[in-house]
Design a protein around this ligand. Structure first.
Ligand code: FPP
Length: 241
């Protein structure tokens, strides 16, 4: 496939994978089928970002608030995550070929044991891959992440490892799940909603946003190209002039 060339590439893109339920409804399918279609798109878009040479992508797969959905839907999503990770050798080959490091960001507590073990295995197996980091935000909430960070820092103060005056923005960035990664340059939210929904709360302070009515299962690599074309025109000032 002939790939488009872009002068400026974002280092990190965030994707809020929204609209699976509406997509399924429009097709006369169950919500779970929308998530299955969405998972295929997640895989395709991740691989495309790797091929473009983007350093980091984050996909919002399951929020700390999503537990309130019907049990059948939650179970279906957990099974989807398991199926993706269990897809053994073929997935491992793909990750190796693209040098794709997998990282799960979010609270581990509350996830099914089988999924936890697969997450640890996938992270272990891909930890030295160095072309792209694919963050999967699972049981993730931006506010919960900050609580986690505050607790970790408070513990260090308590143990005398650091003083209160050592607490600054860098220290907070070092104590969140994406520590060591660039902040997202652009966050993509399809499905006609215009909100962040607790996604990358700290990291998105200076992110650009890209919204569209496309439902996530209809999102294609052409849409990624459209995001990147738009990104070329954004003038990022970071509070300067
Ligand atoms: C929001 O759309 C979507 C989710 C809560 C789930 C997103 C998860 C995936 C696409 C699967 C990803 C797979 C892997 C392996 C990481 P919605 O259901 O709220 O859509 P609606 O607003 O139209 O109802």
């Amino acid at each position: 496939m002939e790939m488009k060339k872009f002068e400026v590439l974002p280092r990190h893109i965030g994707f809020i994978m929204d609209g699976n339920g509406r997509w399924a409804k429009n097709q006369g399918l169950k919500r779970g089928e929308g998530h299955i279609a969405g998972a295929k798109v997640f895989k395709k878009i991740g691989e495309y970002c790797a091929d473009l040479g983007i350093e980091c992508v984050t996909f919002y797969a399951f929020s700390t608030e999503n537990w309130s959905r019907p049990q059948e839907e939650v179970d279906g999503l957990m099974d989807l995550f398991i199926d993706y990770l269990i897809d053994g050798d073929s997935r491992l080959e793909e990750n190796k070929e693209r040098q794709m490091k997998l990282k799960f960001i979010g609270e581990r507590e509350g996830l099914p044991q089988e999924l936890l073990e697969l997450i640890e295995k996938a992270e272990r197996e891909t930890k030295d891959y160095n072309k792209i980091t694919v963050n999967i935000a699972l049981n993730y909430g931006g506010r919960a992440e900050l609580v986690h960070s505050v607790k970790a820092i408070a513990e260090k103060v308590k143990n005398g490892e650091i003083a209160i005056d050592d607490i600054n923005e860098d220290l907070i960035s070092q104590n969140i799940y994406t520590s060591g990664q660039p902040d997202p340059d652009i966050i993509v939210r399809p499905s006609g909603e215009y909100r962040l929904s607790n996604f990358l709360t700290w990291q998105s302070a200076y992110s650009e946003f890209w919204f569209s009515d496309i439902l996530w299962p209809d999102f294609t690599t052409d849409d990624v190209d459209a995001v990147l074309e738009d990104y070329q025109k954004r003038h990022r000032r970071f509070g300067g002039v």
